[in-house]
Design a protein around this ligand. Structure first.
Ligand SMILES: NC(=O)C1=CN([C@@H]2O[C@H](COP(=O)(O)OP(=O)(O)OC[C@H]3O[C@@H](n4cnc5c(N)ncnc54)[C@H](O)[C@@H]3O)[C@@H](O)[C@H]2O)C=CC1
Ligand SMILES: O=C(O)[C@@H]1CCC=N1
Length: 268
C-alpha cells in the first residue's frame, strides 16, 4: 500500500483527493497538507483524510503531489529539501514550474513528474499531460498515469511542450466558460429570460462537446453540418471572422504560454 500526500488542497488538490477516493483508494492511504486550519478541518470532515504538516507528509508519503500556487512553492521546497529522498516520487501540478527546479532544490536522484491537469477533474473529466524529469522512470510515469486516470484522461508529452499544454488544456476550460458566458449574454440581448438562455447554451455546449468526443469527426466537419447555405449560422460566422475571434484565440493562448514560461523563470 502506498501513501499519497497532496501538498496544497485547494481546487485542484481537493479534486484529486476526491477522485482518488472515488477510484478506490482508502482514506488511510491519503494525506493532505493545508496552511489554513479551517480548510483542513473541513476537508477531513468531508473525506475522512488526515491533514498533516508538510514535514509529516514528506516523511510518510511515497508520492508527494505538489498543488500549491507556483508563487507559493519556495517555502514548500525549503521544507521538503532535508526530508525527501530518491524513494519518494514528487508529482508537480504547478503551472510553469520545471522538473529541474525540484531536482535542483531536493536531494540528488529524487524522481519528479510534471503534470498539467485541468479543473474538469472535479467531474472526472480532466485532461492531464505528464512529463518525466531526469530521474523519473517508466514505472513512475505508469504510477502517475494510474493515479490521474481516476479523474480523467492522461497523455504523455515532452516537458518542452508543457508551457503550451498549460495554455491550451490547463487554462482551456476558462476559455469555454468565457464563451458560454458571452453567449448567454447574447440571449439576454435578444430578449430571452436568463434561465432560458443559460439552459439553451449550456446544453448546446454539452452536446457539442459530446459530439467532438464521441463522433471522431473533425470540428470543421461538425461546424459545416450546422452551417446551411444562405442560412443563419453563416451570418454569425461572418461576424466572428470580421471581429477577429480566431486571431484573438491564437494571441490569447500565446500569451498564456508566455506567462507559463515566466512563472518557471521566476525561480531560476
Ligand atoms: N486551477 C486550475 O485550473 C489549475 C491549476 N493548476 C495548478 O494547480 C496548483 C493549485 O492551483 P489551485 O488548486 O487552483 O489553487 P488554490 O489556491 O485553490 O490551492 C492551493 C492551495 O495550497 C495551499 N497552500 C499554499 N501554500 C501551502 C503550504 N505551504 N502548505 C500547505 N498548503 C499550502 C493554499 O492554502 C490553497 O488551499 C497551482 O500550481 C496551479 O498552477 C494546474 C492546472 C489547472
Ligand atoms: O491560471 C493558472 O495559472 C492556472 C494554471 C492553468 C490553469 N489555471
Amino acid at each position: 500500500m502506498s501513501t499519497i500526500a497532496v501538498v496544497g488542497a485547494g481546487k485542484i488538490g481537493e479534486s484529486l483527493l476526491s477522485g482518488l477516493l472515488h477510484g478506490g483508494r482508502g482514506a488511510d492511504e491519503l494525506l493532505f497538507t493545508e496552511r489554513h486550519p479551517e480548510r483542513s478541518a473541513e476537508l477531513t470532515a468531508r473525506y475522512g483524510v488526515a491533514g498533516v504538516e508538510v514535514a509529516e507528509a514528506a516523511k510518510r508519503a511515497d508520492v508527494l503531489v505538489i498543488a500549491v500556487k507556483p508563487q507559493d512553492i519556495e517555502p514548500v521546497l525549503d521544507e521538503l529539501a532535508p526530508l525527501v529522498g530518491p524513494d519518494t516520487l514528487v508529482v508537480s501540478l504547478c503551472a510553469g514550474l520545471p522538473t529541474s527546479l525540484y531536482e535542483r532544490r531536493l536531494a540528488a536522484g529524487v524522481p519528479v513528474v510534471r503534470v498539467m491537469p485541468n479543473t474538469p477533474m472535479v467531474v472526472g473529466e480532466a485532461m492531464s499531460a505528464i512529463s518525466a524529469g531526469s530521474h523519473a522512470t517508466a514505472e513512475h510515469l505508469a504510477l502517475v498515469t494510474e493515479l490521474l486516470s481516476c479523474v480523467g484522461q492522461v497523455i504523455e508529452v515532452p516537458e518542452t511542450q508543457q508551457d503550451a499544454v498549460t495554455a491550451l488544456s490547463g487554462s482551456g476550460p476558462a476559455y469555454f466558460f468565457y464563451l458560454v458566458e458571452a453567449m448567454i449574454d447574447a440571449g439576454i440581448l435578444l430578449g430571452l429570460p436568463r434561465a432560458v438562455s443559460e439552459k439553451l447554451i449550456i446544453q448546446s455546449a454539452v452536446g457539442a462537446g459530446k459530439m467532438l468526443a464521441e463522433t471522431g469527426e473533425h470540428p470543421v466537419i461538425l461546424r459545416e453540418a450546422v452551417t446551411s447555405p444562405a442560412g443563419t449560422t453563416i451570418n454569425a460566422i461572418r461576424e466572428l471572422e470580421k471581429h477577429g475571434v480566431r486571431a484573438a484565440l491564437l494571441a490569447a493562448i500565446e500569451a498564456a504560454r508566455d506567462r507559463s514560461e515566466e512563472l518557471g523563470k521566476a525561480h531560476e
